[in-house]
Design a protein around this ligand. Sequence first.
Ligand SMILES: [Zn+2]
Ligand SMILES: [Zn+2]
Length: 145
Amino acid sequence: MNNHAATVEILKENDVRVTPQRLAVVDYLEENHIHPSAEMIFQAIKPRFPSLSLATVYNTLDVLERAGKVLKISIAGNPKVYFEYNTDFHCHFYCKKCFKLYDIFIEYPYEYLKVIEDHKIEETNIHFKGTCKDCINNSTSTDLQ
Ligand SMILES: [Zn+2]
Ligand SMILES: [Zn+2]
């Protein structure tokens, strides 16, 4: 369940003051399914809230992440951290050229497994890497070699 009211409730439960700035962070995540960085969210909201600090964006994301509402995605070799509302299980395709993350919805047979070979599974992250279709279409074939 990803409704706005439930998310606001999480902020309250964590003793985080529900300010218009923090609500704007929640709204941004709800409305923009583009795996934004904290910096991107900050830049997008800042014009409406000149007093907004990047720290507020980070700590709002942090509370929501600990409550399992927001996913934090990092890709080895890229210092950028991507955020998204926790939606149904999906994988990601990461473009090594433009560094965009795409949602990939494929059937993953082990999604509901809690234990594999006696190891307890707490999260499953699947990232495919390569060149996205936009980058393929924007380059000549020699660029891709
Ligand atoms: Zn790309
Ligand atoms: Zn995603």
